[in-house]
Design a protein around this ligand. Structure first.
Ligand code: SF4
Ligand code: MG
Length: 318
């Protein structure tokens, strides 16, 4: 609820704080049990920072984080540990996120060693079971990360994330570093595991095509704020925000009914240290009008769970 994460910028000869990067600037989201919420935005939109704040890997500047109705925003480390078992993250880069000096068995068993009372034989049994669940072999326990392909390494990361039976997993661009041909396999695996273990996902991606199949709802972020959020079908069929429309028109469509012309995003993402006044998207928006530079559009309800932050809809939202 109302999460803000500001990073101080230091400058001058005394390295004092001269401003802030508003990486996440007042974001509220609710994710229901068993649901997948996709979060999409360009790099610099604040989506990964938001994910880390939700897990308390980064401290929020403001706002609260509720897990099963418990406020975990300011829990100390010891209490937080109990929650950490329930919440895991799978990172984008399976090359950097797996310690290359540990065997696959050690990697998967480490969370059990640190955070459970499982015996050595129980840990081994569990890692074998998890390896098989993610489509690897029991004998892979003895190998090291470098012996695997990118897709296989991401399977190892997923097995490790599952070791403590989490309820909620943040998937931070888990397939972005993989070959396109492998992406679908890993996404399918994640969808299967979600059903099997009744997992709830927050799935972060930089393009709308990746989250299309796996998400129930999608939120589009721009410069630290949510531009639009809606149930999946509503978002893809009837994107309201000019930014969402531009993102969608840039994915190749096989749907012949989709005659929407290509909308080009002009210019780069402005710096989150110095965002435009009013609507942050106005410097790239072809519908920008006077009001857009003066007043920041709030996220408002358009109907049926579809929310948009854009002055074009002021008459049709509540
Ligand atoms: Fe474009 Fe204005 Fe809507 Fe922002 S508020 S997206 S600038 S029309
Ligand atoms: Mg990221």
């Amino acid at each position: 609820n109302h999460i803000k994460k500001y990073f101080p910028i230091s400058g001058g000869i005394f390295k004092h704080t001269v401003g802030h990067v508003k990486a996440v600037d007042d974001v509220s989201l609710k994710i229901s049990k068993g649901e997948t919420l996709g979060i999409v935005g360009e790099s610099g939109s604040g989506k990964s920072t938001l994910g880390r704040v939700i897990l308390r890997l980064l401290e929020p500047t403001e706002g609260e984080i509720l897990f099963e109705n418990n406020d975990i925003s300011y829990l100390g480390n010891r209490k937080l540990r109990d929650y950490r078992k329930n919440m895991q993250i799978v990172f984008q880069d399976p090359f950097a996120s797996l310690n290359s000096k540990m065997s696959v068995g050690e990697l998967i068993e480490e969370p059990l060693l640190v955070q459970s009372s499982a015996s050595k034989s129980e840990r081994k049994e569990k890692s074998v079971e998890l390896l098989e669940k993610v489509g690897l072999r029991a004998s892979d326990r003895m190998k090291y990360p470098h012996e695997f392909s990118g897709g296989q390494r991401q399977r190892i990361s997923i097995a490790r994330a599952l070791a403590l039976h989490p309820k909620f997993i943040i998937c931070d661009e888990p397939v972005s570093a993989l070959d396109v041909s492998i992406q679908a396999q890993v996404l399918n695996l994640m969808a299967d595991l979600q059903d099997e273990f009744n997992l709830t996902y927050l799935f972060i991606a930089h393009d709308l095509s990746v989250v299309k199949h796996i998400s129930d709802r999608v939120a589009v972020m721009y410069l630290g704020r949510i531009a639009e959020t809606a149930p999946k079908n509503s978002l893809y069929k009837n994107p309201l925000h000019p930014y969402t429309q531009a993102l969608l028109s840039s994915i190749p469509s096989t749907d012949t009914r989709n005659h929407r012309g290509k909308i080009k995003l002009s210019g780069d993402l402005p710096s989150p240290a110095n965002p435009p006044s009013g609507c942050a998207f106005r410097t790239r928006c072809s519908y920008a009008h006077d009001r857009c530079s003066m007043e920041r559009p709030e996220l408002k309800h358009y109907g049926n769970g579809h929310y948009v932050a854009c002055h074009l809809y002021d008459d049709t939202t509540t």
